[in-house]
Design a protein around this ligand. Sequence first.
Ligand code: SAM
Length: 334
Amino acid sequence: MAYSIKNVLDGFSVDENILNEFLIANKIAIGKNGKLSEQSYHLISDYLKNKLEASNQQNNRTKESLSFEINPGQIPAYQSSDNRVVLYQDDAIHFLKSLPDESIDLIITDPAYSGMNQKLKLGSGKIIGKYSDAGKSGAKWFEEFHDTVDNYRTFLIECLRVLKNNRHLYLMFDSYSLLTLAPVVREIFDVKNVICWDKANIGLGHYFRRRHEFILFASKGKRPLNSKNIPDVWKIKRLVSAKYPTQKPTEIFELMLMGSAESGFVVCDPFFGSGSSIIAALKSHCSFIGSDISDKAVVFSKDRVEHYLKTKKDIAQKQSLLSDDEAISKLFLK
Ligand SMILES: C[S@@+](CC[C@H](N)C(=O)[O-])C[C@H]1O[C@@H](n2cnc3c(N)ncnc32)[C@H](O)[C@@H]1O
């Protein structure tokens, strides 16, 4: 029997990111033509067998507990054949208003704030298209959600209404929007943490170059975190040359789910964009319902989800974006 990485991979449908992390953590060397020692081969096979078994058990539990009976009274733009993912092309507030009270277990979202962009107008055309073309047909820059305090309050009141009691909410912010909108979140939710996403590499910025975004973690009622080992700074690399502008690493959403989801939870993102939150929800054995106003987002996410459901591979993020942070990397090895 040839002990090679190819033989291990042939036996399992495996997420390559998970495998790579395992190889690095266990200092497993791969020889010429993918050769492995007998010991390494068995170590990897056993690890993957256990992962597969755990995943099958989780999937069965998810199927049993899935009570996805939410009917917002409009036809979805996409519904997966197993009914685990339902997507609407809609305005976030309109979409949330169509959901029943207390129908959602977890909200994880990254809204399209207008504040900082309108002030800085950083989309000068090179990377994300002309800012002034936002929302026009063929424009790269996406439509924005007008984050006036009143509009944002309406959005949050809807989030509170649709969320079940004793559940969590995660809201992503750039620093500009956080300054104006965090007080509104505190009016409506019980804010527990301000998490910092450290993107490891610098990005655009007229003064200090931006390397971070914030995530407000809040609750409706009382609910502990699933783990006490998650730090409040998440060092995860940004995506370079993402096909969808503002596509976030799935690891950001995976961390939110590690903190707050149970298998079978109904996860909601009313601004799903490229679908990173959807992939994270599927990896955590949850179901997903969400909206985005853009037809591009719907088409992109639908393709990404269909591919993931068939192959367990993510076509929009082929590599792990974990950075050199031991505390965070450890969480992904479990
Ligand atoms: C920051 S992006 C989300 C990126 C996403 N988290 C990802 O990883 O790809 C914000 C999204 O909000 C969408 N959007 C803008 N205005 C909206 C609105 N009023 N309702 C719903 N979606 C909206 C945009 O089309 C964009 O896809």
